[in-house]
Every structure is written in C-alpha cells, then in structure tokens.
Design a protein around this ligand. Structure first.
Ligand code: PGA
Length: 251
C-alpha cells in the first residue's frame, strides 16, 4: 500500500484525475469504478476541467459506480445516479453505453446484483477503482461487521453511514434509506488498481487503522492491505495519525 499525502483536497483530486487520464490516453478503453460522496468532488471538478480543455479522451471511458440506495435510481433526488449525472456524466456528455449503474429500484435486487457482476466481468474487469472511505471503515457500502461479502449484494446501512449522508436528504435522518446495493469486497479486490482518497480529520483514525492495523472485517478497508496495487491519497488532516515512515508527500 503506497500512501501519498497531498497539500490539499484539490491536489489529491488532481492527482487522481491525472491517473484516470493517463490510463484513458493509453486506450482504447479504461474501465473505471467510481465513488460518490464528498470526497470525489475535487476529482470530478478536475475531470470536468480536463474534458473542457480537450485533455481527456472521453470515448475511452467506461464507468461502473460502487453503490446505490435501495429504492432510488436515475432521476431521483438523493440517488447516487443523480449525483453522478449532475457532477460528471452530464458535463462530460458520456453516452448511456459508457455508463453502468446499480438500479436501486430494480424489482428483483438479487438479479440486479448478478447482472452488475456479469457486466463488470464482460467489460474485462475494472482497470482502476476509486474509493472513498467511511468513518467506520466501509469501502463502497461494505459495512463493518462479523463477516463481509465478496460479490454485489444488498447491505443494511449502519447508523453512522446513514448519519453521514443526511445532507443529501434535507438533513433528515429518517429520509436516508436503510439499505443499499453495493459491489462486494471481492469485486473491489478484483480491480487491477485501487486508489483510495481520504480528506479531513474525521477520517484520520480509520486511515491509521487501515494502513497500520490488523486486517479485520470490522474495518473493511483494511482488506486493501492484501491487494498488490493500492495507492492511498490523503490530505494532511486525514493522514494525521500515520507514523512518518508510512507515507510520502505527493510529488
Ligand atoms: P464521503 O463518503 O466521501 O462523503 O466522506 C465516503 C464514503 O462513505 O465512502
């Protein structure tokens, strides 16, 4: 696990956008796993900027997202799909054929999860998956617990994850869905490269645990220690708890 510490969230986002662009330039296609939430906001701003300057080969992009709330989908307020449409897919004018997304409104969620796994496999697997991290150590919506699941599945959200998401639901905890569909731990570990981004002091404890602690189902991100190509990009606040030998400054 390589850990880079960036001077700012913007610098971290720019670094990840450059990693995406490098792979897209190599072409002919780059299969991405993409996150939602606060963390990737600077990344998507940097990608919009690259697209506007004609520096990002848009036709090479093929995207999968990590997760979606059960009951929500395209066009719904609060859905991850709507967030992605607004912040990235719309501005980049990606076509429907380039985007795959879990449909939280699917009548048969088990079939939807199986469809998604098959679609990722059919695309050749993910070249680069970008992850945020929950304060409780979740990656995608794989929540801490006595066990974890390998493949795309329905997950019951923890109180802390729901509380962290209230902003997208008018500040009302009771409006935040209680379940989500999410790619599994094996789906994540199957990506050829993993980049995990973390910003802010609220992530410092969990970043320390992930980098220096034990591999445990109670901190799902700790399983990334077992992947051979993981880069963590943290801002100074999120890296605060790391010993000096565990990281290097972002070049
Ligand atoms: P955040 O969420 O980027 O909004 O902090 C990260 C996550 O829960 O994975």
């Amino acid at each position: 696990m390589r850990v880079f510490v960036a001077e700012s969230e913007q610098a971290a986002g720019r670094w990840v956008a450059d990693a995406v662009r490098d792979r897209a330039v190599r072409g002919p296609q780059v299969v991405l796993g993409l996150p939602t939430g606060r963390t990737p906001v600077p990344l998507y701003a940097a990608m919009r900027d690259d697209a506007a300057r004609g520096r990002l080969p848009l036709a090479a992009l093929r995207t999968f997202n990590l997760d979606e709330y059960v009951g929500l989908g395209r066009g719904d307020a609060g859905s991850f799909r709507t967030e992605m449409d607004t912040t990235l897919f719309g501005p980049l004018r990606l076509s429907d054929a380039q985007i795959d997304f879990l449909d939280g409104r699917a009548a048969d969620l088990a079939a939807e999860c199986a469809r998604y796994e098959a679609a990722i496999a059919e695309a050749g697997g993910m070249d680069l998956i970008v992850l945020g991290i929950g304060r409780n150590g979740h990656i995608a919506f794989n929540e801490p617990g006595a066990s974890l699941q390998a493949r795309t599945h329905v997950e019951t959200l923890t109180e802390s994850s729901r509380a962290a998401s209230v902003a997208a639901f008018g500040g009302r905890l009771d409006a935040v869905p209680t379940t989500a569909v999410t790619i599994g731990m094996g789906t994540i570990l199957g990506a050829r490269s993993v980049v995990l981004v973390a910003a802010g002091a609220s992530k410092a404890d969990v970043i320390r645990g992930m980098v220096t602690g034990a591999v445990t189902t109670w901190l799902p991100a700790s399983f990334l220690q077992l992947h051979t190509d993981v880069t963590v990009v943290a801002d100074r606040a999120a890296a605060e708890g790391l010993p000096p030998e565990a990281w290097q400054p972002l070049a």
